[in-house]
Design a protein around this ligand. Structure first.
Ligand SMILES: [Zn+2]
Length: 333
């Protein structure tokens, strides 16, 4: 199950629907854990207890939510916020036809999330500008590259400047307040860092579905999308990691598609042309060594390696030298 509901919420839901006292619910959860020889989390055991009592957990978490409370697997999500950034529609095509996709980032006072508009909904992006108030109804949540996205399909509604809502403007920290020394970064921070690239790792390319951008699996007869079936001409996703050093510390920066293109300052077409020429890729990587870049993004823990990483949301490969010098001087005084 993709859905992750905190244990307290599951227990509260069971209590509300079954009328059982909390102690009894926890007793049943512990009993399940014992029965399954501890091979299950408390949340997992709580799901099973709810299931046995015929209690649906899903509809308890649809409806109006603040952005920070949006969870993977949610459906029928309603939320409101202000637009931060708009990514205009682009075309894609597959053997089953063509379509359009657009997206924007939506923020409220609790956080921000990327909202993805498919096909007929994508045209709505033309009417969106940063700062615009919007209400979303019946969105569904998908997780991609470890980040949550709110997707809109033909059933979903996007209402611009909803008349029945008072949506506050969002005051986000300005660029100077976001800037942090690498040594002070902690898991969960959203920040901007500036430093020198000291090591660049190999490019990694992987096949994705042209329609939904999910990662494809290699089947016996070629690539397969979980949702769209066999894909004869896949698109490619890609990752590039590098170390950034700012004198206070070093951190691994993880760049996906858009950030890779920003960093290299090339188009996706150009990158796709040289995708399989190792030499050219090596030249690109070497050219990055010693470069000074500004990276915006967030810090997260890589569970596999017990280290923190900086997941880039945007990369500026050409910082203004005068601005950076002025900043350095003001820090010393
Ligand atoms: Zn697909």
């Amino acid at each position: 199950m993709m859905l992750r509901i905190p244990l307290e919420e599951v227990v509260a839901r069971i209590k509300e629907k079954s009328g059982l006292p909390e102690e009894e619910i926890f007793r049943r959860i512990d009993e399940k854990i014992k029965l399954l020889s501890g091979m299950i989390s408390r949340e997992g055991a709580a799901y099973i207890v709810a299931h046995e009592l015929n209690i649906k957990l899903f509809d308890s978490i649809s409806g109006r939510v603040q952005i920070k409370n949006i969870l993977a697997g949610m459906r029928d999500v309603e939320t409101v916020g202000r637009i931060e950034r708009v990514y205009p529609p682009t075309e894609f095509s597959t053997q089953s036809g063509s379509g359009r996709v657009a997206s924007f980032t939506l923020a409220d006072e609790t956080g921000s999330i990327r909202v993805v508009l498919w096909n007929e909904q994508a045209a709505l992006a033309d009417n969106l500008t940063p700062g615009c108030a919007v209400k979303i109804k019946s969105g569904y949540v998908r997780e991609r590259n470890g980040q949550l996205e709110l997707h809109l399909n033909s059933r979903s509604k996007l209402i611009i400047n909803p008349p029945d809502e008072d949506i506050p403007e969002i005051r986000r920290a300005g660029p100077s307040e976001r800037r942090k020394p690498i040594s002070e970064l902690k898991d969960g921070d959203s920040a901007q860092i500036f430093g020198t690239i000291t090591r660049v790792f190999d490019f990694r390319f992987y096949e994705i579905c042209p329609e939904c951008r999910r990662r494809l699996k290699q089947g016996p007869d070629g690539f397969v999308c979980d949702v769209h079936g066999p894909v004869s001409t896949p698109n490619y996703g890609y990752v590039l990691n590098f170390f950034l050093d700012d004198g206070t510390g070093t951190i691994r920066v993880v760049c996906f598609r858009e950030q890779v293109l920003q960093l290299l300052n090339i188009s996706e077409d150009e990158l796709m042309k040289i995708r399989s020429t190792e030499e050219t890729l090596a030249e690109l990587r070497n050219a990055l060594l010693g470069a000074q870049v500004i990276v915006d993004g967030s810090v997260s823990k890589n569970p596999g390696f017990d280290r923190i990483e900086f997941r880039a949301s945007s990369v500026n490969p050409n910082p203004n030298p005068e601005e950076e010098l002025a900043r350095l001087k003001s820090q010393k005084n």
